[in-house]
Design a protein around this ligand. Structure first.
Ligand code: FAD
Length: 482
């Protein structure tokens, strides 16, 4: 009974929205919210340059109430909309194909910061970096951290359930939100901005919108969790002989650090080589080139004890042969430089002339070495010259398994084969009981694969939820569910 398809109810892509309907939206918007055409460019390009956008109108409402009026008008006139935050998403979720773009960039109020309650309430258009700074001003930590944090915003990171480098200790965006305010497709406002840590009153609706990629409504504000600020850090960049050794090191560090391990990132030699090639000013992290590297960070709320704890773990790791070489940062600046190597991986791939197959996948942590072996065999069986850039948040079982074409091209022939590579890697992921999207989401990139890989029951339930909240299929059509 649930197996209906909302697809046919969607506004077909590129259907021209009548001028009268656009006028109805303009009529309820503040004139300041109607962006002039010469300001549209950043909203029509996305980070990977893969999905060029097209739109008849870009609106940037300045308040939840104004957005509510705009959405009510869109609903009444059957106008499809695409929400946008910082537009850094990597799966084409914010790209418009003729729909009206609604950007949250003018929703920028800090509504509340409560150091005693360990919460802050921010509007959707505040960037992730600004959110971290707001927390810092109150001597608190907002731990979500991703490479795009200077541009990605609170609405976007919640809508994609972003992960990043501190999930191991603090969880992903879903774990960091206590309450949401959302404008629904018909313009109603769901005021779910509570700061409760316990609230067992039925379905937890916020979790539909977190990770919903703008297909159910537009997040306008959120209550976020804060934590005590760590007072001490130890950051180490280590050479390890293999992913097996890295798994053992992770397990040892978890066992012995008393919950003080904050990040555990794995990188293959190809990743570090590529970053150093494109960013030659960065320091070589260890003397000799190694097949694999780990970047780990311990953090403690107490000063003075961490050096001993982390030092003991690292000493033991050297003795047991889990680590062959390493650099332990002796200053904040050195720690930042080590992190920059990791954070510049995506940028380095973007700078490479070859288009990149990007597989953001997760498998159980203990299966990572076997997964990597099978994936490498698969890729090199298909193209011996392919360059594998494998890195990621190993502590969360999340590997960014990316593949660049042979250095000398030809790039067009490589581009034509990208989907085949992606599918083959996803087959390996499924073999290991993994997920084809660990943290970037589905968007357009993995929409068709999602339908193939999820069970019919799960797809039916997701479509039923979509239909219940967005019966006209006007919210970000063609994304996530198709
Ligand atoms: P956008 O790109 O604007 O939008 C993303 C999706 O959310 C779209 O579907 C859009 O329609 C929807 N959306 C946006 N705002 C709203 C809203 N207010 N309400 C409802 N829907 C909305 N991700 C990770 O998880 N971990 C990483 O470590 C990581 N590193 C990255 C590094 C780089 C260099 C880049 C470019 C991206 C990285 N990402 C990472 C991808 C990450 O998902 C996005 O950067 C971020 O979460 C999206 O935020 P945004 O504001 O840019 O959203």
């Amino acid at each position: 009974e649930l197996a209906f398809y909302i697809l046919k109810e969607h506004l077909p892509p590129m259907t021209k929205i009548p001028e009268s309907a656009l006028q109805a939206l303009r009529a309820v918007a503040d004139p300041k919210s109607i962006l002039p055409e010469d300001a549209w460019a950043p909203h029509l390009e996305e980070w990977r340059g893969r999905w060029p956008g097209e739109t008849p109108l870009v609106l940037a409402p300045g308040s939840t109430e104004e957005l509510s009026r705009i959405m009510a008008a869109a609903y009444a006139h059957g106008v499809a909309v695409v929400p946008q935050g910082g537009n850094t998403g990597l799966v084409g979720g914010g790209a418009a194909k003729g729909e009206v773009i609604i950007t949250t960039k003018r929703l920028r109020k800090v509504r509340d910061v409560s150091p005693e309650g360990f919460t802050m309430t921010l509007e959707a258009g505040i960037t992730l970096q600004e959110a971290q700074q707001e927390a810092e001003k109150a001597d608190r930590l907002f731990p979500l951290s991703i490479g795009a944090e200077g541009t990605a915003n609170i609405g976007g990171v919640l809508s994609t359930n972003a992960g990043g480098v501190h999930v191991l200790r603090y969880g992903n965006a879903r774990d960091l939100a206590l309450g949401l305010e959302v404008v629904l497709p018909d313009g109603r406002i769901w005021e779910g901005l509570n700061a409760l840590r316990k609230n067992n009153t039925g379905y937890d609706l916020k979790h539909l919108f977190i990770g919903g990629e703008g297909t159910l409504g537009i997040i306008t504000a959120a209550v976020l969790k804060l934590y005590p600020r760590p007072k001490d850090h130890v950051t180490a960049f280590l050479a390890v002989p293999s992913p097996e050794h890295a798994v053992k090191l992770l397990s040892m560090a978890q066992d012995r650090s008393g919950g003080q391990l904050g990040s555990f990132e794995l990188m293959n030699a190809g990743t570090v080589d590529l970053v150093l090639e494109h960013f030659p000013d960065l320091p070589r992290p260890v003397k000799e080139r190694a097949p694999w590297y780990v970047l780990m960070e311990f953090a403690s709320g107490q000063k003075g004890i961490l050096a001993q704890v982390a030092g003991g773990i690292l000493e033991n790791a050297f003795e047991e042969g889990l680590v062959s070489d390493g650099t332990i940062a002796t200053s904040e600046a050195q720690a930042r430089a080590l992190w920059t190597i990791r954070h510049n991986a995506s940028e380095a791939m973007k700078n490479d002339p070859s288009p990149c197959v990007k597989c953001d996948v997760s498998v159980p942590i203990a299966s990572i070495p076997a997964f990597l072996r099978r994936a490498d065999e698969t890729v090199h069986g298909m193209e011996p010259g392919a360059r594998i850039i494998a890195f990621g948040h190993m502590g969360d079982g999340n590997i960014h398994y990316d593949i660049l074409g042979p250095k000398d091209g030809p790039h067009d022939a490589w581009r034509a084969r990208m989907t085949d590579f992606e599918h083959s890697i996803h087959d390996v992921v499924v073999e290991f009981g993994g997920s084809i999207s660990a943290e970037h989401g589905i968007g357009q990139l993995k929409r068709d694969e999602l339908a193939e890989r999820k069970s019919p029951v799960e797809m039916d339930l997701m479509r039923a939820i979509k239909h219940a909240i967005d019966p006209k299929g006007l919210m970000n059509p063609g994304k996530l569910l198709g």
